[in-house]
Ligand binder design. Sequence first.
Ligand SMILES: Cc1cc2nc3c(=O)[nH]c(=O)nc-3n(C[C@H](O)[C@H](O)[C@H](O)COP(=O)(O)OP(=O)(O)OC[C@H]3O[C@@H](n4cnc5c(N)ncnc54)[C@H](O)[C@@H]3O)c2cc1C
Ligand code: FES
Length: 336
Amino acid sequence: MFTIENQVTGKVFRTDGDSAILDDALIHGLNFPYGCQKGFCGKCKATIIEGEVGYEGGIPNGITPEEVADGMALLCQCRAKSDVALVIDELNSVADIEVRTLPCKVQSIERLNHDVTQIFLKIPNAESLQYLAGQYIDLIHPDFEPRAFSIANAPGNDGLIDLHVRLIEGGKFTNFIFNQLREKSLLQLEGPKGDFFFREDSKKPVILMAGGTGFAPIKSIVEHAIATKLDRSIYIYWGVRNEVDLYMDLPQQWANENDNIHFVPVLSQSNEDWQGRKGFVHKSILRDFEDLTGYEIYACGPPEMVKSAAKSFVEQGMIQDNFFSDAFVFAFTGKK
Ligand SMILES: Cc1cc2nc3c(=O)[nH]c(=O)nc-3n(C[C@H](O)[C@H](O)[C@H](O)COP(=O)(O)OP(=O)(O)OC[C@H]3O[C@@H](n4cnc5c(N)ncnc54)[C@H](O)[C@@H]3O)c2cc1C
Ligand code: FES
């Protein structure tokens, strides 16, 4: 095994030298830039400061022999031959990321409860979608206007996009998803979009507040935090109506397995058996954190929830610049 260090961020990961350095960087949750992953576009170019890398099958087209002689390398193609110290700017802002329109196929579709369906979309092997944990895509179908859905899995390079879709009563597109979309159905996606993404350059403890399927981007953020071994404290609050709406056990598992992760589910319409928190989810946060000055807060879900949370968090010391939110406003313009 070899150690790879990015001297720009100080982040370190291990590789067995059998896969491309980029593949292992992405598996370890590092946001290295990339495009084609085929050695053509040059987007994954890095400078090798120390150590040796090699290419199987010769120098790829996306790098010149002069650049190789100057110590540069295409990380999507090269493999480590020793410990390596390199320099590459990791993505930390949406401005660095290209918005793409890509075909995708439904790999699986599964009901998680009475009104939430999980869809895994597969993008073609020859393509890639780079995004930051927390961002969303627009789903495109010729019969409908585009509809926004948050990406629920952490950035990686398996070409899979996890979506959690709540059925909207009378909603055209979500009814189509629940009643007509099948495995192997074809769609298009456009993305990544949005400035709701996890800020990795901060050291502050993090409060993640989700309402309903607002859990989707929170899941992406936490999976990314776990993959990158983030040691900041993470407090997850998930607000839903009833226990059945907590459609995944994952947050409790994360809390059981990671000392820095804490989970509080909050039900707004609990029955008598429920022993946990009740009421509005943001009120639970206000109760637990008397002073929110030192925290970074991410909130995602219904617009009313996000709005009232933002207002009362500021009254309890939250600094506006430390608040990030995605309100699930409706895309529908009345046409289709
Ligand atoms: C950035 C962003 C990310 C999103 N991520 C997700 C996600 O991960 N999972 C998810 O389930 N949803 C998400 N949404 C909401 C999702 O886009 C809408 O629920 C969806 O567009 C509804 O489409 P529809 O065709 O079924 O409803 P429409 O036919 O467009 O609307 C039908 C009726 O339902 C109302 N309506 C529409 N959407 C909602 C809603 N969300 N809540 C309550 N009433 C609504 C409309 O006002 C209209 O009266 C996100 C929205 C945004 C803006
Ligand atoms: S990602 Fe295009 S050359 Fe590496």
